[in-house]
Ligand binder design. Sequence first.
Ligand SMILES: O=C(CO)[C@H](O)[C@H](O)COP(=O)(O)O
Ligand SMILES: [Fe+2]
Length: 216
Amino acid sequence: MKPLVAPSILAGNHAALRESLAEAEATPGVEWVHIDIMDGHFVPNLSFGPQTVKALRPNSKLFFDVHLMLANPDKYVEAFIEDGAQNVTIHTEPDYPHLPTLKRIRELGSTCGICINPGTPVEELEPYLEHVDLVLLMTVQPGFGGQKFREDVLEKIETVAKWRSDKGYNWRIEVDGGVDAETGLQCKNAGADTFVCGTAFFKAADKTEFVSKLQS
Ligand SMILES: O=C(CO)[C@H](O)[C@H](O)COP(=O)(O)O
Ligand SMILES: [Fe+2]
């Protein structure tokens, strides 16, 4: 599967998100942007809402990969998709019926992803594997950018990559949190193909080189 780098706008300039988006889009090889949505309940932080997605949408042709860190995502998927999300990823951890939400995301015209935190057993993904377009493995505890990559997640990447090849699934394997050129390469070797990079991308002096290293 073609490797993709998805810069995380959370690490961009919050006073000038449009410029950060443009910086991502101007980098050769970048086709996706990752947009983190935090509710202050499921994670101890707040970030953006549907109105941010709506405001950014006309400014970019990038694929909008929206990561919902919400206790009740079902309530908001419609708004995010109407406002421009093209992939919507939800977490297994909050207690609600996930399958109807995944189904609704697709019915509303978006692709869908399922995600687990570093401490969640990888088996928790199994009920959703036939119903998703992307499997997201958090490589930090979600809520904040700029955290240290968790090497213990590499084994989970290997596990889901094996499931994918054994069973012929065609979802992407995305990693998110503390991903830079070095840890991204570790993820790639373990089987990941989609790399969310916030801090490492926006701090990279040579963004083209950074992206090409992960995509080569
Ligand atoms: O979902 C997230 C945090 O919950 C972010 O996507 C992630 O933290 C990216 O930032 P960085 O690359 O700086 O770790
Ligand atoms: Fe994220």
